[in-house]
Design a protein around this ligand. Structure first.
Ligand code: CU
Length: 163
């Protein structure tokens, strides 16, 4: 994770100094590294007044590594997370049943469409496809998840749910 931040920071510095010859637009469409580098609250964090906030996580292939970006994200119970198939798919979202808080399985099963198995989201094969998980009723705690096709390659991440 630290390496990722440094790389993103470097890329930013290079882009800033680069005299504008690079195709900045190409980079921005892939991962929006600026939002994840600082770990600060993303822009436009509206107050979750009742409906909950929508968060975005990209599923990407960077070099030879498959990853969720951001790898760690803190949300509130009732929020929605959209997982985008950006590159390197097919990807999916699978929660380890023994890694989620007690009482989390039922609301998660209700919030995950098209499960291949309990807590195992459908495979996204189409470019730019989106898989949405609704955390309505999800208890606070850590939710570790992984990509079924790429688990052996280390594609996993963590959500922290707060009340
Ligand atoms: Cu994957």
């Amino acid at each position: 994770m630290r390496v990722t931040s440094m790389v993103a920071g470097l890329a930013f510095v290079l882009a800033a100094c680069g005299g504008g010859e690079q195709k900045a637009g190409d980079q921005q469409t892939t991962a929006t590294p600026g939002q994840t580098a600082g770990g600060a609250a993303p822009a436009g964090g509206g107050a979750p007044a009742g409906g909950g906030t929508t968060h975005d996580v990209n599923m990407v292939l960077e070099g030879s590594s498959y990853k969720y970006v951001p790898e760690q994200l803190t949300i509130k119970s009732g929020d929605v997370v959209r997982f985008h198939n950006v590159s390197g798919g097919p990807h999916n979202v699978s929660f380890w049943a023994d890694s989620i808080p007690s009482g989390a399985a039922e609301p998660l099963k209700a919030g995950m469409p098209d499960q291949m198995a309990p807590l195992e989201g459908s495979l996204l094969t189409e470019p730019n496809a989106v898989y949405t998980v609704n955390f309505a009723g999800a208890p606070a705690g850590e939710y570790k998840y992984y990509c079924l096709p790429h688990l052996a390659l280390g594609m996993k991440a963590k959500l922290t749910v707060e009340q």
